[in-house]
Design a protein around this ligand. Structure first.
Ligand code: URP
Ligand code: ZN
Ligand code: ZN
Length: 461
């Protein structure tokens, strides 16, 4: 046997299909061998006795350094990916937002300037198309070939939303060139109607953000986008599903055999409309779109993960300091939309998914890593523990008990929506391409070591 760079011994290896005790041998950042008694072949050995070894988490939905409403999300690619690493995530897929009048190539370039040599874990980039025209449409094949194989379209937000005609054209063009279209599903006109009514009535507090965008507003847009995808005979991925109204539209389409996929986020599984009632403008912490819902949606969403209606759990990590949130102290429409979450996704999903809601360990791996790698064209380089795959691994201590506080986290923001949450199980060591990059909640890797992942064809699952 040739010399190994590192061995992780005695761990319980969990993949989307298996759970077994094995040593893992790593060479040049990749899994070289699995077996027993491997430690004699390496100088560097990590003992994972009593720990799970999971594939590194992949968060398919983050917003680092993103412009929104006159400010920028407060984590950049450096701080945000360090926080991700500390929480067991080894790859993110961030959204590059097309500035008006810029090409898709320029959009990708702008995001690569933010990310290259700054990100500390590997990253892919989706392109958000906000300014579609014939030239942009014609750029799609080339941009997919360059590794930006997924696109997001907004069905709401002034200045970003697309109409149904554009959505249909994009679905068709993207799919016929081997890419995947994602949508943010909310009905623009419903929001406009309620927002005006509420503001006219002098209702300006954060909770009215949620009241202005009810669950049916999301369900209607999701159902419409799905039907357009059905008409175009293309796949579609719906981001950040919050409620039964939208996830049931996906369930309906999937039952008929249509290639419709979607994600939800920990905040929609664990937080609710009640959070908006917190006093002293604290409701603004949860101002995100779509908003938190009535907790009666929780069982449906958990079940949707179990029965594969939803395939992934992302965070929609988009943090703003409370000072930034205060831009909307007198008007909920001016509160920057978004909340932090990239660091806690894996431990929250373990405690509240595996332990409390009885997700199997395999399902946990599927929704936090494997399915994401498949859907977004990174599998099997990422998303599994197999010979030849990148050694992106989390050594996870299932017995570590933690009460979440903002001060223990590495996210560049002054609150966490999950303050006080009790966790059992936390990442102990995170490896990216065979390098130990985080240990006991601290980033210890080198600066800017993350690599751009040129993504390929999406898998429909
Ligand atoms: O409120 C959110 N989700 N902010 C980020 C932008 C988006 O819609 O994903
Ligand atoms: Zn969105
Ligand atoms: Zn988002």
């Amino acid at each position: 046997m040739k010399k190994l760079d590192m061995v992780i011994k005695n761990g319980t290896v969990v993949t989307a299909s298996d759970c077994y005790k094995a040593d893992l041998g790593i060479v040049n950042g990749k899994i070289e061998v699995m077996g027993s008694g491997l430690e004699k072949y390496a100088d560097k050995v990590i003992d994972a006795e009593g720990k799970y070894v999971f594939p590194g988490g992949i968060d398919p939905h983050t917003h680092m350094d993103m412009p929104f409403g006159g400010t920028f999300s407060s984590d950049n690619f450096n701080t945000g990916t360090k926080a991700a690493a500390c929480g067991g995530t080894t790859t993110i897929v961030d959204f590059a937002v097309q500035p008006k009048g810029k090409s898709l190539k320029d959009t990708a370039k702008i995001w690569r300037e933010k990310s290259d040599n700054k990100a500390c874990i590997d990253y892919g980039i989706h392109i958000v198309i906000t300014d579609m025209n014939e030239d942009i449409m014609n750029e799609i094949p080339e941009i997919i070939k360059s590794g930006y194989s997924s696109f997001k379209l907004f069905m709401t937000y002034d200045g970003m939303m697309v109409d149904d005609d554009t959505l249909m054209k994009t679905l068709t063009k993207v799919s016929s060139n081997g890419g995947l279209t994602c949508v943010h599903a909310e009905n623009y006109y419903v929001i406009k109607y309620y927002t005006k009514k509420l503001l006219d009535e002098g209702k300006t507090e954060p909770k009215y953000h949620a009241i202005s965008r009810p669950d049916l507003c999301e369900g209607e847009a999701a159902g419409r986008a799905i039907k357009l995808a059905e008409l175009c005979n293309t796949p579609l991925y719906i981001v950040h599903n919050t409620c039964e109204a939208s996830a049931s539209e996906i369930a309906r389409a999937r039952k008929k055999g249509y290639p419709i996929m979607g994600e939800t986020c920990p905040q929609y599984l664990l937080l609710s409309y009640d959070n908006y009632e917190e006093p002293d403008f604290n409701g603004s912490k949860y101002v995100m779109s779509p908003p938190l819902r009535d907790k009666k949606n929780w069982p449906y969403l958990w079940e949707a993960l179990k029965n594969n209606t939803l395939q992934a759990v992302s965070t929609d990590h988009c943090p703003f300091f409370m000072e930034q949130k205060r831009m909307g102290i007198n008007d909920f429409t001016k509160i920057p939309n978004g909340a932090p979450g990239v660091e806690l996704r894996m431990p929250l999903m373990y405690t509240y998914g595996v332990l409390e809601r009885k997700l199997t360990l395999q399902k946990f791996v599927e929704v936090t890593s494997t399915n994401v790698a498949k859907i977004f064209g990174m599998y099997p380089q990422k998303g599994t523990i197999a010979i030849g795959s990148d050694a992106d691994l989390v050594i996870f201590d299932p017995n570590k008990e933690v009460t979440v506080t903002q001060s223990m986290l590495n996210e560049n923001v002054d609150y966490t929506p999950f303050e006080g949450f009790k966790l059992k199980g936390y990442p102990e060591i995170t490896l990216s391409r065979g390098e130990v990059i985080a240990k006991d909640g601290k980033y210890i890797g080198s600066e800017g070591r993350g690599k751009f992942i040129k993504r390929g064809v999406p898998e429909i699952i």
